[in-house]
Design a protein around this ligand. Structure first.
Ligand SMILES: Cc1cc2nc3c(=O)[nH]c(=O)nc-3n(C[C@H](O)[C@H](O)[C@H](O)COP(=O)(O)OP(=O)(O)OC[C@H]3O[C@@H](n4cnc5c(N)ncnc54)[C@H](O)[C@@H]3O)c2cc1C
Length: 376
């Protein structure tokens, strides 16, 4: 019988680990990927959808296009994981395996912020898509881009949202009637890269965007239209664009594999404390940020370890904790920060100024993954 590998989640991490395994091992292994959704959406596409730059249909990458030798992708909802026996139960049955890769991402804990369920968030596909109709109705008053807790995915994304909102109301001719405030539970927009943070702070100042660092939104009162921060301040708003507190999916918490909210792993090998069970991407506590490019790097490391163990081919590569993040500065220009979490004594980030050329880079980043994973 072929070695059975079960990959939970077909996001950045799950798509890459199964693609890498298929490339090297093809039909000689039995890879099963399970996801409850019917399509993948890049995280950054949510910003494009909410600001009306594209439609949800245009950015959904349907899993039916994911066809790889040796891999089957099942649309099922995972309801229990037993890491000791590597048995996974879904709404459709039971799956056993020799190697288990948990890549279930981060979920949103709406209940952690009272009142948030009555306000808007832009981190889920549904939330971003709803905002597509709501944003055009905002033409005066206070807008808040508010983060409800750290860690959260893609640390620059709330800054990007504030800058794109500036462009949006400017294009509408109503910027003078609107204020924009960004609330972030971090000391600076991109802490590992002081140069990137400095550039973002300068961009906020140029555009009159108010930046409130080291604070989070603790409560939202949608009837009074007031957001309360954890320092007791109350900010009135006419438009609230929230980032919910993140948490591990409930099924992962219930499995006992998470500790302190996330799955502890060896940050270089992604091994959990359970034999032959790995965790990658946003769900894993590696010390690196929660972003797709890091999930992908971890997936490549795990795939190389599995290929070495199963087929005796090559050597297991250690996860490097490094990656490039693109940052929308508005006006069609994109900056980049190359962050490296593991090489030195502390994380570093090299900043590249926003340009139109980097927009082409970002487009190529998306296009290569779309082709590699979906053949589109
Ligand atoms: C607004 C925004 C902008 C972003 N911009 C960027 C960017 O520019 N660059 C970047 O690198 N990253 C960006 N990100 C972050 C990026 O999207 C995530 O970090 C990345 O998707 C994490 O990959 P993952 O594989 O760990 O999890 P995910 O991609 O979230 O995949 C997890 C999968 O598990 C599935 N799942 C969960 N629970 C179950 C269950 N019980 N049963 C079955 N399936 C389940 C989900 O359906 C999902 O498909 C952004 C995110 C947001 C919200």
């Amino acid at each position: 019988m072929s070695t059975r590998i079960l990959v939970l989640g077909a996001g950045f991490g799950g798509l890459e680990v199964s693609t890498s395994l298929s490339e090297r091992l093809g039909e000689s292994v039995d890879v099963t990927v399970i996801d409850k959704s019917d399509a993948f959406v890049f995280g950054y596409s949510k910003l494009d959808v909410m600001f009306g730059r594209t439609t949800l249909d245009a950015v959904r990458l349907p899993y039916k296009s994911f066809a790889k030798p040796g891999v089957r992708l099942l649309r099922e909802t995972i309801i229990a994981i037993d890491p000791a026996t590597r048995r996974v139960t879904t709404d459709a049955g039971v799956h056993d395996c020799d190697f288990l890769v948990i890549a279930l991402g981060a979920d949103y804990d709406m209940a952690a912020t009272p009142g948030l369920e009555n306000a808007n968030e832009f981190y889920s596909v549904a939330g971003a898509n709803r905002l597509r109709d709501i944003l055009p109705t905002f033409s005066k008053g206070h807008a808040i881009v508010g983060v409800c807790g750290a860690p959260y995915k893609c640390p620059p994304a709330p800054s990007e949202c504030a800058l794109l909102l500036h462009d949006f109301v400017t294009a509408k001719g109503v910027r003078g009637q609107c204020s924009i405030t960004l609330v972030l539970p971090l000391p600076s927009p991109v802490p590992p890269s002081p140069d990137t943070s400095k550039a973002l702070l300068a961009a906020f100042a140029e555009r009159d965007i108010k930046f409130l660092p080291n604070r989070r939104v603790a409560r939202v009162d949608a009837s009074r239209r007031v957001a309360s921060l954890d320092d007791g301040a109350e900010l009135p708003y006419d438009l609230f664009l929230g980032v919910p507190k993140h948490r591990a999916p409930a099924v992962v918490e219930a499995s006992g594999v998470a500790e302190g909210g996330w799955v502890p792993v060896n940050p270089r090998t992604l091994e959990t404390k359970h034999a032959n069970v790995y965790a990658i991407g946003d769900i894993a506590n590696t010390g690196a940020p929660k972003a797709g490019v890091f999930a992908e790097g971890a997936a490549k490391a795990v795939a190389s370890a599995l290929i070495a163990r199963i087929a005796g081919e090559g050597a297991a590569q250690l996860y490097g904790g490094a990656g490039s993040c693109y940052i929308e500065f508005g006006g069609g220009r994109i900056g980049r920060v190359d962050v490296d979490f593991f090489s030195g004594p502390k994380p570093t980030g090299t900043y590249y100024e926003p340009s139109l050329a980097l927009r082409a880079d970002k487009n190529a980043f998306g296009a290569t993954r779309t082709t590699r994973w979906f053949g589109l």
